[in-house]
Ligand binder design. Structure first.
Ligand SMILES: *Cc1c(COP(=O)(O)O)cnc(C)c1O
Length: 405
């Protein structure tokens, strides 16, 4: 196989910045929920590139869209608009609470835009004093300096000098604490409907309802970071639909491009008006190639067949994990929604999530962790039943390996 002699894991350490520690295997090809490495070894993919490959690898509809647009027009910049971007914005507006769309290239960028917009909006409508952003511990919103500071994991935000100010953190789902903290000084509240990186922790419905109400009372914008929960992941196009409330701003990325980098910030016409010409921008945001792929993603995902299929697959995955737990007693809980699922390790295996991930790769399964105590599963929304079953069988062997040392 070309390259495998010289393009190996050892080379990574010689030529890459050491901020990642990738696995030893190097995948070279994927199809549906299966992936093959340089030596031809096959893996089942329950990781989906961290909840990105929502239609698996090389889905024919996405390959077609990429090829067709690739032969037409790749990039213009925002000096001009383009047909795929207009179509994608129209689809997102028609399918959600939103009336206006801003395109970016990553979750962090969409969140950066959301936070800057919230600050602008507050300044325009209420004055300089209204600058407080409330966010939650263990939340994750990306790695730009503003978003990582709003995220609730000091390990990610410390060590880079002075941080952007006006940000306060609170325990997730702590409604009493929230009531005490929010005031007319609050500009925005940012949260994930299910904390992803923080351990697959769902928000209480009552907590979200009250947060919405208090934001309205204090003229604070509610920002839902749906970068991980969006685009069908939980069985609805966006997770907010489960709760009967809508945010003022929603960010979406990861699965939006099915593996092609694209993100969007969705909001109302009134809020959007504060991002006037020249206030914010991106060279690539809304580029025709990315938008063409995202249009194909939504054409497939935003259908009853795929969204209802998520609930069926969730049931199969949950039952499989519970059965493994009944045999080996390793989890205290299996939680999450749709195909965003976390198996929480019990006291005996606390801190060992990575051991389960490493054992899974040995058994031919790609999965994820969410912190040190949670094994995370985010397979394709259209993973075939047989692949789900085979992946669970491989995971069971991995669990047996960890349990038996
Ligand atoms: C992954 C993630 C981000 C960051 O997205 P990038 O594309 O890596 O910038 C932000 N918020 C949430 C909830 C995420 O899961």
């Amino acid at each position: 196989m070309s390259g495998s002699d010289t393009l190996n894991r050892a080379l990574f350490d010689d030529v890459m910045v050491p901020n990642y520690n990738p696995a030893a295997i190097i995948p070279v090809r994927g199809e549906g929920s299966r992936v093959w490495d340089q030596s031809g070894r096959e893996f089942i993919d329950f990781a989906g590139g961290i909840a990105v490959n929502c239609l698996g690898h090389c889905h024919p509809a996405l390959v077609k869209a990429l090829n067709e647009q690739g032969n037409k027009l790749w990039h213009l910049s925002n000096v001009m608009t383009n047909e795929p971007a207009l179509q994608l914005a129209k689809t997102l507006v028609d399918s959600t609470f939103a009336e206006r769309v801003y395109f970016a290239n990553s979750g962090a960028e969409a969140n950066e835009a959301a936070l800057k917009l919230a600050r602008r909006y507050a300044l325009e409508h209420h004055g300089e004093e209204k600058d407080q952003i409330i966010a939650f511990t263990q939340g994750f919103h990306g790695r730009t300096f503003f978003t990582v500071s709003v995220g609730g994991q000091p390990a990610y935000s410390d060590g880079f000098g002075p941080k952007p100010g006006g940000i306060d953190h609170l325990a997730y789902n702590d409604i009493e604490g929230f009531k005490a903290l929010i005031s007319d000084r609050t500009c925005a509240v940012m949260l994930e409907p299910i904390q992803g990186e923080g351990g697959i922790v769902p928000a209480d419905a009552e907590f979200l309802r009250q947060v919405r109400e208090l934001c309205d009372q204090h003229n604070a914008l509610l920002i839902f970071d749906e970068v991980q929960t969006g685009v069908g992941r939980t069985g609805k196009l966006y997770a907010y639909e489960h709760y009967g409330i809508a945010p003022d701003i929603l960010t979406t990325a990861k699965a939006l491009g099915g593996g092609f980098p694209i993100a969007a910030m969705l909001t109302t016409a009134k809020v959007a008006a504060s991002l006037k010409v020249g206030t914010h921008g991106s060279t690539y945001g809304g580029n025709p190639l990315a938008c063409a792929v995202a249009n194909a993603v939504l054409d497939v995902v935003n259908t009853d067949a795929v969204l209802n299929g998520v609930a069926q697959r969730e049931a199969q995955l949950r039952a499989g994990l519970e059965a493994i737990n009944a045999k080996f007693d390793v989890f205290s809980e299996v939680r999450g929604k749709g195909l965003l699922m976390g198996a929480v390790l019990n006291e005996q295996y606390k801190g060992k999530a990575r051991d389960f991930l490493v054992a899974s790769v040995d058994e031919g399964l790609m999965c994820l962790v969410a912190g040190a105590n949670v094994v995370r599963f985010t397979p394709s929304l259209v993973i075939p039943e047989a692949d789900l079953a085979e992946g669970l069988a491989r995971f069971e062997r991995a669990v047996a390996k960890v349990v038996n040392g």
